[in-house]
Design a protein around this ligand. Structure first.
Ligand code: FES
Ligand SMILES: [Fe+2]
Length: 463
């Protein structure tokens, strides 16, 4: 406990005990106190567009069937049979009105209700022995959506999702609502990396500093129009609500010109103008910043970039949503989706997908560069020497805590939260401060649901 207190105290002053990136005890606390409470992204509505569509996704170790039921309602049920606990649905995605457990054949409608129980009368004596009525797969304790993104929280007392996202919604719209049609997703590509989940989240939240070093070769081969990777320092980082990200500084010009500079066709620009608020448009058009990577606490990230996709000067933007799904202290499953405005022209969608695959996804050049660092960091953090090292994550701050670069005024940055130009680790610190907030707060053990008895409680029990 004492050790834990000192770890959190050090994290709060921007000095990071290196072992938190590979420590089984820390991971156990993250499981108990963080992932049992935070809002975690599970799927996007476009992945389950039709009644009966489902995907199976996890919040840490808990598997959920995320479905659209026959009435069109989105639901998430714990993927564990009420009988002996078998995983009910073993496919990754599909369309089904019912799920039948492979073990003894209990079946559930896609709204979670238990409807089939073989030999109910013979084996249990019917309703008197086992109340089938009102039984359903355990629903996720909390489910909410924003711009079609489906989040669940294992905490029934979680704050409303809108409060949790807070002002980060302003920035989420750039990635997930470029028109009234919202986005559609392709993927996810999934793969495992021997790296701690926090590293990816921190990197995407604010690490503009690694680009000139880690991604030198990508710039050298001319994948980007910018001839120098250090251009990144002209961008700003911002933090708002429970998320933050990075931007690039755009060349002089008006809104349309700047959106065209990153490769958007005019018809998409017109829809952005009809969809985004004056402040959202001002960040690009007046302030000259274009959003790039971002992270939402705890483990969801976004990226927006605009590489060359052909042998010409033309660039084309893409968006990727990615999740750092923890497997253990030293392993993460990466889920990487390609996202695109649903109303974008088909040709744009095809080229944007190509742009995404060149940069990110399992074979993306950026992905490969990044992951080598994260794997190496994780394995180095495993030993006893890492316990003697406090990493300095105070970039952007002087010894007395004063900022190296002052916050941008509202005239220079129209978005909410705080923003500043140049390299810093404000966002990584924000992310780890929230991590510390969760880890230091004990959690009450939730009440268990009793299956099939007269007094059994079933939170969404239905008649
Ligand atoms: S465990 Fe599912 S029917 Fe028995
Ligand atoms: Fe990177």
């Amino acid at each position: 406990m004492t050790e834990q207190t000192s770890v959190l105290r050090d994290v709060r002053r921007g000095m990071i005990p290196a072992h938190i990136y590979n420590d089984g005890a820390v991971f156990a606390l993250e499981k108990e106190r963080l992932f049992s409470r935070a809002w975690v992204f599970t799927a996007h509505e476009s992945e389950i567009a039709k009644p009966g569509d489902y995907v199976v996704r996890r919040v840490l170790e808990d598997s959920f069937i995320v479905t659209r039921d026959e009435k069109g309602e989105i639901r998430a049920h714990f993927n564990m049979c009420l009988h002996r606990g078998m995983q009910v649905c073993r496919a990754e995605l599909g369309n089904a009105s019912h799920f039948r457990c492979p073990y003894h054949g209990w079946s559930y409608r896609n709204d979670g209700r238990l409807v089939g129980l073989p030999f109910h009368q013979d084996a249990y004596g019917g309703e008197e022995g086992f109340r089938r009525k009102g039984q359903r797969l355990l629903p996720a304790p909390n489910l909410a959506t924003y711009n079609g993104m489906i989040f669940i929280s294992l905490d029934p007392q979680a704050p409303p999702l809108a409060d949790y996202l807070g002002d980060f919604r302003f920035y989420l719209d750039y990635y997930t609502k470029q028109s009234s049609g919202g986005i559609e997703l392709r993927g996810p590509q999934r793969w495992r990396i021997k790296a701690n989940w926090k590293i990816g989240a921190e990197n995407f939240a604010g690490d503009m500093y690694h680009t000139p070093q880690t991604h030198t070769s990508v710039v050298e081969i001319g994948l980007f129009r910018e001839p120098k990777a250090e251009k990144r320092k002209d961008g700003c980082t911002y933090w708002a609500g429970n998320g933050g990200g990075t931007t690039y500084k755009l060349p002089p010009g008006g809104l349309d010109e700047r959106l065209r500079y990153v490769g958007y066709p005019q018809e998409m620009i017109e829809r952005m103008k009809a969809t985004w608020s004056p402040e959202q448009l001002a960040v690009i058009g007046d302030n000259g910043f274009m959003i790039s990577a971002a992270s939402l606490f705890p483990n969801l990230s976004f990226v927006h970039n605009w590489p060359r996709v052909a042998d010409s000067e033309d660039v084309l933007p893409f968006i990727s949503i990615r999740q750092w799904q923890p497997i253990g202290a030293d392993e993460t499953e990466v889920l990487s989706w390609f996202a695109v405005d649903a109303q974008a022209p088909e040709e744009f969608k095809a080229l944007s997908y190509k742009a995404y695959l060149m940069c990110f996804g399992s074979t993306g050049m950026f992905e490969q560069d990044d992951v080598e660092n994260w794997v190496s960091l994780t394995s180095t953090a495993a030993g006893s020497m890492a316990r003697r090292l406090l990493l300095n994550s105070r970039m952007g701050m002087l010894a007395d805590g004063a900022p190296v670069t002052p916050d941008l005024s509202p005239e220079r940055f129209a978005g909410p939260g705080s923003a500043r130009v140049g390299y810093s680790e404000y966002n990584q610190r924000e992310l780890l401060n929230r991590w510390a907030d969760h880890l230091e707060r004990p959690i009450d053990a939730p009440a268990a649901v009793e299956v099939g008895t007269a007094d059994g409680r079933n939170p969404e029990g239905c008649a």
